[in-house]
Design a protein around this ligand. Sequence first.
Ligand SMILES: C[S@@+](CC[C@H](N)C(=O)[O-])C[C@H]1O[C@@H](n2cnc3c(N)ncnc32)[C@H](O)[C@@H]1O
Length: 282
Amino acid sequence: MESARVSSIENQKRAKPFLRWAGSKRKQLARLGSFWSPLHARYVEPFAGSACLFFDLAPSVAILGDNNCALIDLYRVVRDEPERVYRRLCRIRRDSDTYYRWRKKKPNALDPESRAVRFLYLNRNCFNGIFRTNVKGEFNVPIGVRPGEYFSKEDLILCASLLKRAKLVAGDFAKTLEHVKAGDFVYLDPPFALQSRRMFRHYGVRSFQTTDVPRLADALRTIVAAGADFLVSYADCAEARGLARRWNAIRLPIARHVGGFADRRRRAYEWLITNMTLPALD
Ligand SMILES: C[S@@+](CC[C@H](N)C(=O)[O-])C[C@H]1O[C@@H](n2cnc3c(N)ncnc32)[C@H](O)[C@@H]1O
């Protein structure tokens, strides 16, 4: 277990997520990271998204899951071929015609590497890094106004080296949680069911909803019964308050950026719910 700490110290440069992702926890890394201990055996994240906490903590053993199968496929390709992916990504022009030509390509008609390059290109160049599909499951986000610079090749190689330490699971959170064992740390960051109507197709058609909260509550009990620890992030809502009453919990202010619209960049609250002792938080 000590090796988990040693390996994260050895990584002199911290890995940053290479995806833009709705609901990313990039701004809360210090807060969330204070729940992780080097004594934890493994890091498990069943709603991985851009997996920014995983990349920041650099645990030596991990399990990452998400029900967005294209996302998990992308992680597999980046893990195995970061340099090829980077080279191909940088060769694609970043203009409107090229963007819509790539958006139009049918992922199933592409080989896995081209599918991954397409996913990454669209993610980095679309409006606000949103992942949203139409009823046919086709990605339908327009091009972004000022998509920022890409990460460096070295950044992607560093992410790939960390992904090599992770088992990758495509599917519902329950499938990832089947692997949980004593000593694990499980970070759960589901889409806020509160927002499920609006977020519904942002994450895919079978995205987590309010009706899944009882499943989540059962899963937390199962994690603790297995001898593992958990941390949940959840928006302030009736469901979260129900979960919070059963465990240690704290409600904290967050700056929520919804869709990048200035009028929606307002102060909101989020719960952190855990079976562990709450550390001192700002
Ligand atoms: C709020 S995002 C996670 C963000 C992540 N913590 C980050 O910092 O980027 C929620 C993720 O849950 C995934 N998801 C939605 N429903 C799911 C389900 N039923 N099982 C597993 N993953 C699900 C979505 O695809 C999305 O990537």
